[in-house]
Design a protein around this ligand. Structure first.
Ligand SMILES: [Zn+2]
Length: 162
């Protein structure tokens, strides 16, 4: 179900729309591996007519399944637009398409949500990522331990020989 608003209804009174938009309506699946959308977009806003235009004001919420670009940990990223506003002209060159007295708000919701997608999703702003094997910090103690064990084993062998 697209997000349709009937202009005839709007002539009488403002319309409050609240619901969920399935992810497939948002057509976001061209996104890469680091971000997935599983949950529907939730919307809750009011639409009113101004002179020759529509004004939508309210909230949009979408939770993404992201993968941290530094540590590869999966995490949830929530896009929350508490003061979402869309001003849609009904006349002139920029006017929005009207079909059977209805305007589909889906493309405008989608556009604004896409702008909020993180470019480089991080599980935490302070994420230090995966331990860097080249730094040797994480591996040294273990290597040293193995070396010690090795030398102990050898010295045990030497004892046996004697
Ligand atoms: Zn991370």
């Amino acid at each position: 179900m697209p997000l349709l608003v009937n202009l005839r209804h709007l002539e009488a009174h403002n319309i409050h729309v609240k619901g969920e938009l399935p992810v497939k309506e948002l057509d976001l699946d061209s996104r890469d591996e680091i971000m997935r959308t599983g949950e529907p977009l939730r919307y809750d806003f009011e639409v009113q007519t101004l002179e020759h235009s529509l004004l939508a004001q309210g909230r949009l919420l979408l939770t993404l399944d992201c993968q941290c670009v530094r540590c590869l940990k999966p995490f949830k990223y929530t896009i929350k637009l508490d003061n979402w506003t869309a001003h849609l002209p009904l006349q002139g060159e920029e006017s929005v398409p009207v079909v059977n007295d209805c305007v589909d708000l889906t493309p405008y919701v989608r556009e604004d949500i896409l702008l909020e997608f993180p470019q480089h999703p991080l599980c935490d702003a302070e994420c230090r990522g995966l331990p860097d094997p080249s730094s040797g910090k994480a591996t040294k103690p273990q290597a040293a331990g193995q070396a010690e064990n090795g030398s102990t084993a050898w010295s045990e062998l030497n004892k046996l020989k004697l």
